[in-house]
Design a protein around this ligand. Structure first.
Ligand SMILES: *Cc1c(COP(=O)(O)O)cnc(C)c1O
Length: 382
């Protein structure tokens, strides 16, 4: 018997093999410098990452969650405020709001783009709403025209959660540069990933940048002088050094992601029973994840697993149904679109280095699953 092919959901090895020498050089340089926190590798990375986003300021921090917390703090969001977040986001978006003492209020996504819209945000606005956190989910940009309009009409601060959309654009402008401030993550599996935890805050507003710089480092305006009740939420030299290397390759890797997505699109488009990702008009998708929807999600996931193909669900439990948020008093049925997505979405393998052969095999396996199922349905109808 031939062995079953193994296609993991995510494999960082091809990327990391490609840049191994550069990464080891970065390690050696920093190791020999004996300077590990707040040094030149961080300032280099901050400059490079700001250029990459075409903004004035980037501030390296310890994680995506921390980047969100610092952005909210810098924006002055506090107890008594409510902040609009998508009902289908990764939990960190909502957690950050809670950590500054505010309350997350959920807006439903569009079922096809998986992103919140001007309309759904409008519905979620309360008297005490101060800010919106749009999430460019799975690498697909939100319609930022609509969102900035609602924000302007209602005097709301916009903090973009750009953890999944490094380098994506809406009308040729990079995500994370529409709102006053934005937060991103360099968790290893993100499009631009460190070799550990990391994140960044990005902004064009100098006062916000200064505040975040102080807050990430004990509130220091200068060493040992605390202007603010700050944190230790810094990005260290090693991670900044590694990120500098990876940033030189990100555009090529993004193109690979987009090419892989186009193979999936092409081979999955005629299968009755699944919906493939939709790309918004005027926007690029950087395919942090390739997420399909099907009513037979759990069976398909199992079928793929048996065939050696790894998949994941992003995300199985929406924030409003998490035990951590039971105190908000929501129950099943309150956000039906988020709940439907949680029950029907499935993320297929997509990473730089995945081959055309791998994708063809995955798509064949999916096709077979639906043919089998459709045949047995026809039989049972007779
Ligand atoms: C990954 C992620 C975060 C959190 O980033 P961490 O670095 O893991 O803390 C926040 N929001 C979204 C949408 C994410 O995907």
């Amino acid at each position: 018997m031939n062995s079953v092919p193994k296609i993991p959901f995510l494999d960082l090895r091809p990327m990391h093999q490609e840049i191994k020498n550069e990464m080891q050089e970065a390690f050696n340089t920093i190791y020999d410098s004996n300077w590990f926190v707040l040094g030149e590798h961080l300032s280099d990375f901050e400059k490079n990452f700001a250029d990459f986003n075409q903004v004035k300021y980037a501030i390296g921090v310890s994680s995506g969650l921390d980047a969100l917390v610092l952005s909210l703090k810098a924006a002055g969001i506090k107890e008594g405020d409510s902040v609009i977040v998508p009902s289908n986001t990764f939990i960190a978006t909502a957690l950050a709001v809670s950590h500054v003492g505010a309350v997350p209020v959920f807006a439903e996504p569009d079922i096809n783009t998986y992103n919140i819209t001007g309309k759904s945000i409008q519905k979620a606005i309360r008297k005490n709403t101060r800010a919106i956190i749009p999430v460019h989910l799975y690498g697909q940009t939100c319609n930022m025209d609509e969102i900035m309009q609602v924000a302007a009409d209602n005097n709301l601060f916009v903090i973009e959660d750009n953890a999944q959309a490094h380098g994506a654009t809406f009308k040729d402008k990079t995500t994370g540069t529409f709102g006053q401030i934005s937060a991103t993550s360099f968790y290893p599996g993100k499009n631009l990933g460190a070799l550990g935890d990391g994140g960044a805050v990005v902004t064009n507003v100098e006062t916000l940048a200064q505040k975040v710089r102080m807050l990430r480092n004990y509130g220091f305006s200068q060493k040992y002088h605390s202007q603010l009740i700050g944190y230790n939420m810094r990005l260290d030299e090693l991670q900044a050094g590694f990120l500098n290397v990876k940033l030189r390759h990100i555009e090529k890797w993004t193109k690979q992601r987009q090419e892989i997505a186009s193979w999936y699109d092409e081979q999955l488009k005629d299968i009755d029973g699944i919906a493939t990702p939709m790309v918004n008009k005027n926007s690029t998708h950087v395919y942090h994840l390739y997420v399909i929807r099907t009513n037979r999600r759990n069976q398909l996931k199992e079928h793929l697993q048996k065939s050696g193909i790894g998949t994941l669900i992003h995300y199985p439990v929406p924030p409003h149904l998490q035990p951590a948020y039971s105190s908000l008093g929501y129950s099943k049925g309150d956000f039906p679109i988020a709940e439907e997505l949680a029950e029907t979405c499935l993320s297929l393998p997509l990473w730089p280095g995945l081959t055309k052969y791998d994708v063809a095999y995955a798509c064949e396996t999916i096709k077979k699953f639906f043919t089998m199922n459709n045949l047995s349905r026809i039989k049972s109808d007779n």
